[in-house]
Ligand binder design. Structure first.
Ligand SMILES: [Zn+2]
Length: 193
């Protein structure tokens, strides 16, 4: 295996250990893995899989490389607020008869327990950036849910009838519930109303 240029002195006490957050990194050394290093995003963490044969210094280099690679590709992929607004408009047309007309739809970083929120009086919608790691059909569900609050503020029967126009609503609710359960976090789409 090629050894990458040193990004950190070998006598650094952190060599071979996980770099400080952010981001949270988990390194899994595998005796069965011979040559390849791979990495993937798992929620808030980046998991890096390395062969057990690597030295700690090599491992530290690979971890830095793989984390940088994932962050670069996420940066490229990261959808903008404009993308989100465009998505919301087309979902409103498709599933809410165009009745939900938001003033703004934007990503927010600090929404740790809620997937989205809506202020009907101002017609503003905020979507948690945690959803950026999830499949589009799950993101669409949360957008449809928040859009429906522009038509029905409360979680009543009419509200759910609008949401259920979105064919994958039930499946997405299950996905989010499972995601939260796996991380022991609350599953709250937004303010109970
Ligand atoms: Zn709601």
């Amino acid at each position: 295996m090629a050894v990458l240029p040193d990004s950190r002195p070998d006598d650094d006490p952190r060599s071979g250990s996980v770099p400080p957050c952010p981001p949270e990194v988990e390194v899994r050394r595998s005796a069965r893995r011979r040559r390849t290093v791979s990495a993937y995003r798992d929620g808030g963490r980046i998991v890096v899989l390395v062969p057990a044969s690597l030295t700690r210094a090599e491992e530290a280099d690979w971890v830095a490389t793989m984390v940088a690679r994932i962050e670069r590709s996420e940066q490229r992929r990261r959808p903008s607020d404009d993308d989100l607004m465009g998505r919301a408009r087309s979902l409103s047309d498709r599933y809410l008869g165009g009745l939900a007309v938001p003033e703004s739809v934007r990503w927010v970083e600090n929404q740790s327990t809620r997937w989205g929120s809506c202020t009907p009086g101002e017609r503003t919608i905020r979507i948690s950036s945690r959803l950026q790691q999830m499949p589009q059909w799950v993101v669409d569900y949360v957008i449809v849910h928040e859009l429906a609050h522009l038509v029905e503020a409360h979680h009543n029967e009419r509200f759910w009838a609008w949401v259920d126009n979105y064919p994958q609503a039930e499946r997405a609710k299950g996905y989010l519930m499972g995601w939260s359960a796996a991380r022991d976090e609350p599953d709250e789409p937004d303010n109970p109303g």
